[in-house]
Design a protein around this ligand. Structure first.
Ligand code: PMV
Length: 330
């Protein structure tokens, strides 16, 4: 069975593992899946059961700055120093450790996340994508975006879509080594599209997406129908994007998220990321839609909702949800 280091060696082959720049900074946006990734065909390489499709969140994401130091690794997250015992520090440096030689110089890393960490808001996606872009700058690899996408996937599956702005399809690929499983940006924009972040809670989720995915795949009787559902929803979403048909886009995206959540609820033990507040917002969205407002939602591995609407309904959406944070992806 191939491991992460095998894939990294394949991509980097003879490329240098000695720093090329003393310092630098990069940025990667978070992304929200309109058609979800839920379930893996390979847990080590984060190879998905299905393709998926996302929209990147422009200025919401991770800024990653590095500086080569001759002491020891230091990490600042949102201007606060993170101790070497912290799981965040350990995850980050064990990922970086896959790329650097043990005797190579240490790093002072500053990550500034403009999106709450670990609340199902795609912070790990922008986080891992920014790390990979940062390493590319540090070592002067000049990798192609699709190669960066594969490396980011090794950190967290959805991170492979955070290499680009705009709409990105993660093509699942069929190869055992996953060299055909990476993000592909769609050549289209939708300037009137808006994403609203409706925060319910920014606390750390009680079950990681990794564990929840594995459990759903292992024993949810509904999981059998998921891959076929994704194929249908992905087609519907791509057609809606090509036609700029907002209703079709909203309906397919909302349906896809609802089915993902129902599928995980049917696992044993049941996985439920929603809180009573999430349900209340969902009811409110459905009520507004009945009253004629064209607004849809999607939800990831957390209680927060992401609303989909168009520029011309922004005022009504803000009136209904005054606390909403609006993102203009294009
Ligand atoms: O990349 P992960 O392991 O954090 O999983 C992401 C899963 C969802 O956000 C729920 C869906 C997706 O496609 O982003």
């Amino acid at each position: 069975m191939l491991n992460k280091s095998d894939i990294i060696s394949k991509i980097l082959s003879e490329k240098s593992r000695t720093p090329h720049s003393e310092k630098g900074s990069v940025y990667a946006p978070a992304n929200i899946a309109l058609c979800k990734y839920w379930g893996k065909r390979n847990e080590i390489l984060n190879l998905p059961m299905t393709s998926s499709l996302s929209i990147s969140l422009q200025e919401k994401g991770s800024h990653f700055a590095f500086e080569v130091v001759d002491t020891e690794d230091v990490l600042h997250l949102n201007e606060k120093i993170i101790s070497a015992e912290d799981p965040f520090y350990q995850n980050l440096f064990s990922f970086i450790g896959l790329f650097r030689k043990s005797h190579s110089p240490r790093l002072h890393i500053r990550i500034h996340s403009t999106i709450p960490i670990a609340a199902g808001l795609a912070s790990s996606a922008s986080g891992f994508a920014s790390v990979v872009k940062g390493l590319d700058a540090l070592y002067g690899w000049h990798l192609e975006p699709w190669e960066l996408s594969i490396l980011a996937r090794l950190g967290s599956g959805s991170a492979c879509r955070s290499i680009w702005p705009g709409f990105v399809e993660w093509q699942k690929g069929i190869r055992e080594d996953g060299m055909d499983s990476f993000g592909v940006p769609l050549d289209l924009t939708w300037p009137a599209l808006r994403i609203g972040l409706l925060l319910v809670s920014c606390e750390k989720k009680n079950i990681s997406s990794r564990k929840a995915m594995a459990l759903t795949q292992e024993n949810s009787p509904l999981y059998r129908a998921w891959p076929k559902q994704v194929t249908q929803d992905l087609d519907a979403i791509k057609i809606a994007l090509a036609n700029q048909d907002f209703r079709d886009l909203g309906e397919a995206s909302e349906r896809n998220a609802l089915i993902m959540h129902k599928t995980m609820m049917a696992a044993t033990p049941s996985i439920d990321y929603s809180t009573p507040q999430t349900h209340e917002y969902v009811q409110q969205i459905w009520q507004l839609r009945q009253e004629g407002l064209s607004i849809y939602f999607t939800q990831d591995a957390g209680p927060n909702l992401k609303l989909l609407f168009l520029e011309n309904t922004e005022a009504e959406v803000v009136q209904a949800f005054p606390q909403i944070e609006i993102i203009q992806p294009f």
